[in-house]
Write a protein that binds this ligand. Structure first.
Ligand SMILES: [Mg+2]
Length: 364
């Protein structure tokens, strides 16, 4: 049965400080210590950021996205570890395999997050809560890691709920409790209302989700266009998106944080060239062709943007990666100095090895 705020009971599962939790699981002697996973702090001179940190590190004021140099100043004695994505992805795959079994429909949204549609068989909250407990127990029993789950009438509320009580939380928001749950929260709790939008809403006198929910939608539209409608709906707990099984996300990318910010177009060209080489080598080794090229840039003040371009046909051509990435770079050139650049490809297709040459040849 449909309800006015969405479709059906939805769970959102989020692993607790995933990267650092995996590291602690692998090295139990780190248990209880402030563990910071991110780039090399280089004795306080490092230029990258914190990816994730343990709850012990959070208590010292460290958080993800923070410059690693700042984290180091706050706590030079913390355990600093490099990001080991290969390990986290392996662990993630096996955890997602565990969760998937309980789902009618399942949508993994990142390495440590997934939506679970519990299907028609479960349509009351009591059963959904029992299921959520069972999932949490299984994840801990089989993988030794804790997660937090939100149980709610739709995706956005489930996501906000999973974040509400961490770590090892289980937060349930029934349809009749939506307003009471959302109203007092700060607007930043709505996914997608980031550091750019928040000050604009503050200017309009909107601080809480409740204020956003009761604000004039026409005014929001005049300020934010279509996004105004969406944020107004989300603030009112309305989200009609379904949990969608997605085909396996496949992408290959590489990025580099520079020791010194760069702005010289020739230097940028050279880095894009290097990143292209690495990406191309990787897809060649894995026998992929690609359709989408992505570019990531981070300015010296940490503003980070990604841009993507999808081609008409899939190719393996290296020069296409470089040219497309450079084309995407154009809008940023002359706008400031860069501390990081990244190049990637996605929409990958597996090549039949024997056809590689001919297919590519025909596409050129
Ligand atoms: Mg998480």
């Amino acid at each position: 049965m449909k309800n006015p705020s969405g479709e059906r009971i939805t769970l959102h599962l989020d692993m607790d400080s995933f990267y650092s939790a995996v590291e602690v699981r692998e090295q139990p002697e780190l248990k209880g210590l402030p563990v910071v996973v991110g780039s090399d702090p280089k004795g306080g001179m490092g230029r990258g950021v914190v990816s994730t940190c343990s709850y012990e590190a959070r208590e010292l004021g460290i958080h993800s996205g923070m410059p690693i140099s700042k984290a180091y100043r706050l706590c030079p004695d913390a355990v600093y570890l490099r990001v080991n994505l290969k390990l986290y992805k392996e662990v993630s795959e096996s955890i997602m395999g565990t969760i998937r079994i309980f789902a009618d429909r399942f949508q993994q949204v990142s390495v440590d997050e997934a939506y679970i549609d519990v299907g028609d068989s479960i349509n009351d909250y009591h059963s959904a809560i029992l299921l959520a407990r069972k999932i949490k127990n299984e994840v801990f029993r089989l993988h030794g890691l804790t997660c937090s789950i939100g149980v709610a009438p739709n995706k956005v509320i489930a996501k906000i709920a999973s974040d509400h009580n961490k770590p090892d939380g289980l937060t349930v928001v029934k349809p009749e409790d939506i307003q009471e749950f959302l109203s007092p929260m700060h607007i930043s709790k709505i996914p997608g209302i980031g550091t750019k939008t928040q000050p604009l809403l503050h200017e309009m006198g909107i601080e809480t989700i409740g204020q956003l929910a009761s604000s004039d939608v026409q005014l929001l539209i005049s300020r934010f266009g279509k996004s105004g409608v969406v944020m107004h709906q989300l603030a009112n707990g309305i989200d009609m998106r379904e949990v969608k099984e997605r085909e396996e996300v496949k992408s290959v990318s590489t990025e580099d944080t520079f020791d010194e910010d760069i702005s010289d177009p020739l230097q940028i060209d050279r880095y894009i060239h290097e990143l292209t080489e690495k990406v191309h080598e990787s897809i060649t080794r894995k026998h992929f062709r690609f359709r989408t090229v992505t570019l990531k840039v981070r300015f010296e003040d940490f503003r980070t943007y990604t841009r993507a371009k999808t081609l008409h046909t899939a190719t393996t051509d290296k020069e296409t990666i470089r040219k497309t990435a450079m084309g995407l770079m154009e809008e940023f050139l002359g706008k400031g100095r860069f501390r990081l650049l990244g190049v990637g490809v996605s929409k990958l297709e597996k090549l039949d090895k024997g056809q590689t040459y001919l297919t590519d040849y025909l596409q050129q």
